[in-house]
Ligand binder design. Structure first.
Ligand code: NAD
Ligand code: WQD
Length: 331
């Protein structure tokens, strides 16, 4: 299939481009590079030895997107393009609602105009809010405490409403848990600017000596060691989950958790990173971070049953590959 990948130069998008190309699909990447670099597209070509068509465009730009659709016979879209920082979304709610919602609606209009009926969307486990674990797809969604999370809930709703009246549309809402790790080549991975918000990029910056120590947000949660528990998932497993979803997509709206089903605490992740990479990570326990939940992990049975997809990599691989990318990366 010819797949349009919006946000394909970004962290999860670039890994998914590799999985798509390796599965025999052709890809067209549309990204405005607001949080990524053009060289990532070259790395995708280098890793796969395949062609990638790249458009540096903003997906909110109707004319620019129309040009892309008119130039290619697109069979389906995977929509990664969006702003994703929880903290920044609290500071800049208008930018987040505008970018994430308008990009999705402009993309849906182009799909309708050009008869593209397969749509895969990057949603997030954040839409479950503080539900009981494990999170199941059928659960009632709860408030997410930040504009970023609300854009995910709203976009899921928009796509569901569109699919209700356009019954030949096939929509997959993929709820990612905590993507970490990097492609096994060490050539692409996650490289946030400045001080990272997320745990793994923070750990690799401490490991490289770019930050002095890790601040662990709370050790009084009702968990195995008091620190927060998350379902970390290797980004290549997430990438392969998209290929599985695309291949199995049938009409209607299908929601899948992309997680491992295993919870890991902050301290467990830090210890594993230290052991796997033989590097000490100094840390200090500080106050809980506002908006954090104690435990988050997926029920993965639906994706396994319906997509035949399960994760192949564990936290050892996640720690190894995150560090390999970090040591390689010059940026
Ligand atoms: P990322 O920032 O690395 O990738 C997003 C890409 O979209 C970037 O390359 C950025 O330049 C591009 N982009 C943003 N707005 C755009 C626009 N209007 N037009 C064109 N391009 C635009 O983030 P990521 O971690 O790869 O996340 C990809 C998607 O997955 C996002 O929608 C994010 O919300 C979602 N998601 C991420 C996580 C996570 O923890 N990383 C978890 C759940 C869901
Ligand atoms: C993981 C654990 C922290 C940093 C976020 C978004 C979510 C999704 C994935 C997009 C928590 C602890 C972290 C640090 C720490 N993104 N921590 N010190 O918060 O589970 O999820 O990314 O959809 O929407 O909210 O991920 O990596 O920030 O935190 O102790 O410096 O690590 O408290 O327990 P989170 P995270």
């Amino acid at each position: 299939m010819n797949i349009l990948v919006t946000g394909g130069a970004g962290y999860i998008g670039s890994h998914t481009c590799i999985a798509l190309l390796e599965a025999g699909h052709k890809i067209i990447v549309a990204d405005n590079l607001c949080n990524s670099k053009a060289e990532t597209v070259d790395k995708i070509k280098q890793i796969t030895n395949k062609e990638v068509t790249f458009y540096q465009i903003d997906v909110t730009d109707e004319k620019a997107l129309d040009y892309v659709f008119s130039n290619h016979s697109i069979d389906g879209v995977i929509h990664f393009a969006g702003l994703k920082s929880v903290g920044e979304s609290v500071e800049k709610p208008l930018e987040y609602y505008y970018n994430n919602l308008v990009a999705t609606m402009v993309l849906c209009k182009a799909c309708r105009n050009y008869g593209v009926k397969k749509f895969v969307f990057s949603s997030s486990a954040t839409v479950y809010g503080d539900n009981r674990v494990p999170f199941e797809e059928a659960m009632k969604l709860l408030p997410t405490t930040n504009p970023y999370g609300e854009t995910k809930t709203m976009i899921e709703r928009i796509l569901t409403d569109i699919a209700k009246v356009s019954q030949d549309w096939s929509v997959a809402l993929l709820r990612y848990f905590n993507p970490v790790g990097a492609h096994e080549s060490g050539l692409i991975g996650e490289a946030p600017n400045g001080v990272p918000n997320n745990l793994m990029p923070y750990i690799t910056k401490v490991a490289k000596g770019e930050l002095e120590k890790l601040y662990i947000f709370g050790d009084d949660y009702p968990t195995v060691d008091g620190t927060g528990v998350r379902d970390y998932i290797h980004v290549m497993d997430i990438a392969e989950g998209h290929v599985a979803a695309l291949d199995k997509l049938t009409s209607g709206v299908h929601i899948y958790n992309l997680g491992t089903g295993e919870g890991t605490s902050v301290l467990q992740l830090v210890k594993t990173f230290e052991e796997v990479n033989n590097i000490e990570i100094p840390y200090e326990i500080v106050e809980r971070r506002t908006g954090d939940i104690a435990i988050c992990y997926a029920d993965t049975s639906k994706a396994k049953k319906e997509l035949g997809w399960t994760t192949k990599r564990g936290i050892v691989e996640m720690c190894r590959d995150s560090w390999a990318f970090k040591t390689n990366y010059k940026g």
